[in-house]
Design a protein around this ligand. Structure first.
Ligand code: AMP
Length: 302
């Protein structure tokens, strides 16, 4: 199933207890598209970068077979920049800087060849931009959406409008509590699914993820990663792996979504092993499948 990804393409400045790197290629669409490119091809990217965006970074997308017809290069400004510092436990981070730059006037225009995409991945950007993308798509089979606290509190009405058009929402536990106003995740899931998405995935960082569909709840474990260097992009990478698996199989059943959650977790577990998307860029499909098998063994009950 052809897959479209919209979101930020960025330069990040990252500080973790293990080091500092600035600039690093980042952005929600970057992680989603690279992760899904292991499963399906070509992934169609919609985004914007500025005059400072390096040709070598464009080449990194090309090397993964990602279709860049929908990537705008705005020569009037700089690429979106985000900087963050992670705390000692790596679960919490402070945003140090957000410079929208060319993103401030971004108008996502879909090339004609993108409009018939079957799976649409709405990476973390303003919910009204996410809606604008959906306006241009001819009836996708599955719309998968990510968002963050910034939009839940900053653009609640636009987000509610977008959510009515979404099939799968992927957020973390604190975002689920904030969006629903409920502390219990099971009650929160019911409330969020009543807002539109028939499928909800709640990520719990190093504690795995929960999948809620009309067929019930699935609890996925987290891979016990020993060397976590940089959690940036783990959530987006999860989405990319989830969407990529569904896209490659064309099966949108609850059972296959369970597998997709594990593929998402596999991809996220690789992402955190190096700064930025570096680990994803050296990854092989054999390594992905081997870790998928380890995931199955991890939660096997004899
Ligand atoms: P994650 O760690 O999965 O939340 O994703 C981190 C990525 O999101 C970074 O590479 C940032 O460039 C990007 N990002 C951070 N804040 C925003 C924002 N407000 N809008 C769009 N992308 C963002």
């Amino acid at each position: 199933m052809s897959t479209l990804v919209v979101g930020s393409v960025a330069y990040d400045g990252i500080e973790t207890p293990f080091g500092k790197k600035d600039p690093v290629l980042g952005g929600s669409a970057t992680y989603i598209s690279i992760a899904s490119s292991f499963f399906t091809s070509p992934v169609k990217l919609v985004g914007v970068v500025g005059q400072d965006f390096a040709e070598s970074d464009i080449q990194r997308f090309r090397d993964k077979g990602i279709d860049l017809e929908g990537l705008q290069i705005d020569r009037t400004g700089k690429t979106f920049y985000w900087a963050g510092r992670y705390h000692f436990d790596l679960n919490t981070r402070d945003t140090l800087d957000t410079q929208l730059n060319v993103f401030e006037h971004f108008d996502p225009i879909l090339p004609d060849a993108y409009k018939a995409s079957r799976i649409v991945c709405l990476g973390n950007i303003h919910p009204s931009l996410q809606s604008k993308v959906l306006d241009q798509v001819d009836g996708a089979d599955l719309v998968i959406c990510d968002t963050m606290n910034f939009w839940i509190s900053g653009a609640p009405e636009a987000l509610k409008t977008t959510l009515k058009r979404v099939d799968v929402l992927i957020i973390n536990d604190s975002e689920a509590r904030e969006l629903s106003g409920l502390p219990n995740l099971i009650k929160a899931a019911d409330a969020i699914r009543a807002m539109g998405p028939r499928v909800l995935i709640i990520k719990k960082g190093e504690h795995g993820a929960l999948l809620f569909t009309e067929d019930g709840i699935f609890s996925a474990p987290a891979y016990p990663v020993v060397d976590i260097f940089d959690p940036t992009g783990a959530g987006d990478t999860f989405l990319g792996g989830f969407a990529g698996w569904l896209s490659s199989t064309g099966d949108l059943s609850h059972g296959n979504m369970r597998r997709a959650v594990i593929y998402g977790s596999v991809m996220a577990s690789f992402c955190v092993e190096e700064f930025g998307p570096e680990r994803l860029l050296t990854l092989t499909r054999d390594e992905i499948d081997a870790r998928y098998a380890q995931f199955r063994a991890l939660s096997h009950i004899p």
